[in-house]
Design a protein around this ligand. Sequence first.
Ligand code: C2O
Ligand code: CU
Length: 523
Amino acid sequence: RLLLKGGSVAAALALPATRVVAAGRPEVAGGADVHIELRAGHGEAALRPGKPTSVWRYTGRLLAGDPASLQVHAGSSLGPTLRLRRGQRVRIELLNELPEATTIHWHGLHVPDDMDGHPRHAVAPGQRYIYDFTVLNRAGTYWYHAHPHGRTGPQVYRGLAGLLLIDDDEESALDLPRGAYDLSLVLQDRSFDSDNQLVYPVSESAESSMHGRMQGGGMMGRGGMAGMMARMMGVLGDELLLNGRMPQRLEVRARPYRLRLVNASNTRTYKLAWSNGTPLAVIGTDGGLLDSPQAREYLMLAPAERAEVWVDFARWAPGAAPALESLEFDGAMTMGSGRLPDGSRFEVLRFAVVGSERAAPRQPPQRLTELPAARPAIAVNARRPKVFDLTMGMMVWGVDGRSFEMLQASPEETVKLGTHEIWEFRNEGRGAMMGMVMAHSMHIHGVQFRVIGRQVMDRFAAAYRTVSGGLVDGGWKDTVLVMPGERVQVLVGFSDYSGLFLYHCHMLEHEDSGLMRNYLVKA
Ligand code: C2O
Ligand code: CU
């Protein structure tokens, strides 16, 4: 199937060629193993003390399948956590009860193009869309969120996001913390007005002038130049939400935990570290477990990236209160205001180690999985990688100077089904105003890729050193941080599904203002 030599590497590098169908499960609607309804609509969440915040939120209902497939978080702005198994056939019905069009993107999943939430499959208010796919991905931490044309930023900001966890047999056989000791932490920054309502500082006029339409319904916006700039630079909130609520001290036992960290913020990048300097034991990235744990003094997490960390709280004394913090770094250049300005140090979550049981601290398993070597030579364009310049024009972002067009006659990027390619993202400030270069978080739909190279320009080297120790490139990725002045090469395989997919910056205001492009997988 794949045009590769060295069968074992090829087989392991690619996602499975054929659809895995779970055997011996009860048949439900249309042959699915799990059948879920997700309503996207208005809701209220208890985000801050006092008045509830109105949000847009996914409300889930399990119509058939294992009850553990859908976990609801009362009081949170997040949608339910979907917990699926590799091989399951899943049917998810989106019912749009919002006043505007929306879609759902299953971030990190390998699904057919019409199941991927591309904005061209917009679901109008009052309409239903049936997402029906087989889970082909490895076990790991994925997520889902709204993805409408030009409105992904405001819709996700209002709450339209949720977790999607995948399990598989290989991972279930490992000795990893489970149940209450397997914790997901979804990081999002938000700003509130004095009435506890969300403030999204992008002016409606800036949004609508870009996309030639007006959205009714009084979206929290500020007008004028500040709104235009926020649309351009990205939105940073001044308070942190964890799992769609205000962070609260979390009581933990003196034992190992698996922490799944998810950056579901619109633009903010975090530099995560333990408050007492204990290195982080990173066990997984976007596409699941690494082959072996990697110690990092700190960990960079750009918008849409995930990382899994092993932590044994037996390392801390009883009654200790370790915190996960976000440290200072250079080179993000976004519009910070308020209490969490970009790049400075703040506390993400404080833990409290409770209970009397106590064993010697344990290391994670040293062998987590077998990861194939990422071999650039398997790419059909190994000699001439595709280069994508991330560019800034007159208040709009683009790739190679062109902003997103939803229905191009023919997409600029065409790849052949069953091949691998090398793609290079270049962030060297082409077209930038006043030499302004921002970090970007590049995401490719429909695939998991490998990072095979990074180079940084001399004049950005000093800033780069404040983040480079926290990059974890060894595993499967679907999103990669591209710092100012940096070039990043990724090895991508296109398998199973032909059709039209997207790649874009996951800083959602950059995406909404044009840093996105279609690519076509041709059979
Ligand atoms: Cu999570 Cu196209 O995005
Ligand atoms: Cu960007």
